[in-house]
Design a protein around this ligand. Structure first.
Ligand code: ADP
Length: 223
């Protein structure tokens, strides 16, 4: 489970970890935005909630996650990004793990507050492939255009400055206590101070930590 404030790098790190481990990267924010893009009934309901920086209802997000965790690609491990985000979600997930052969670890990505603000307000994303850029620290080769598919980069509706503050408050109030809840359920919590590290180093550090906990988890062969 990748845990941390908005802008702590869960999405970018998650994409890299998928390459290193072979585990699918399940980001609830991406799953919800996909529903919005496809204009499904769920997506239409969620659009204004996400745009305002509030959280989607627990039962709805949890159902979406239980369903996804049942897919065969999750059998040997998975990366959860953005879930659990509230105490009820954490309680539900601890119960889900209860009857299963997994060794869950919460990876807490620590980033200093001003760095978070800088990252979120300069973030640009590709609406087609989900690639993440930053106007200063990771610009695309052609400004405003995705390097993977040529789509025009966008500012996520919830990366506007006034919404960013709301998301950080939501994080402090509702998400911060999640680490403690999971710890009480016996789930290992590993903190990584990653404000000064580039995303590759953060991903390498996580694999190294997980290797120490569970033996070698990195993909042995790459096709
Ligand atoms: P960030 O971590 O940068 O805020 P995400 O892409 O993880 O970005 O989430 C974007 C939005 O999607 C959140 O602000 C929230 O509205 C919704 N969301 C994502 N995950 C959850 C969750 N587990 N529970 C409720 N809402 C969620």
């Amino acid at each position: 489970m990748l845990f941390g404030a908005p802008g702590s790098g869960k999405g970018t790190t998650g994409k890299m970890l998928t390459k290193l481990t072979g585990w699918p990267h399940l980001a609830t924010g991406d799953l919800l935005r996909e529903q919005i893009a496809r204009k499904t009934p769920l997506g239409l309901e969620m659009q204004s909630i996400l745009a305002s920086g509030q959280l989607a209802p627990d039962d709805l997000v949890s159902r979406m996650v239980w369903d996804r965790l049942g897919w065969p690609d999750c059998e040997n491990g998975f990366l959860l990004d953005g879930f659990p985000r509230t105490i009820p979600q954490a309680e539900g997930l601890a119960e889900w793990f209860g009857g299963r052969q997994f060794r869950p670890v919460l990876i807490h990505l620590w980033v200093e507050y001003n760095e978070i603000l800088r990252r979120l307000t300069g973030r640009r994303t590709c609406p087609v492939c989900g690639a993440i850029y930053h106007v200063e620290s990771n610009p695309s080769k052609v400004p405003g255009v995705c390097e993977n598919d040529g789509a025009e980069l966008t500012v996520r509706a919830d990366d506007r400055e006034e919404v960013v503050m709301q998301r950080l408050q939501t994080y402090q109030r509702q998400t911060w206590p999640v680490a403690e809840t999971l710890r009480k359920h016996g789930i290992l919590v590993e903190a990584i101070d990653c404000g000064e590290m580039d995303p590759e180093s953060v991903a390498d550090r996580i694999v190294w930590r997980l290797d120490r906990i569970s033996g070698s988890i990195a993909k042995k062969t790459k096709n």
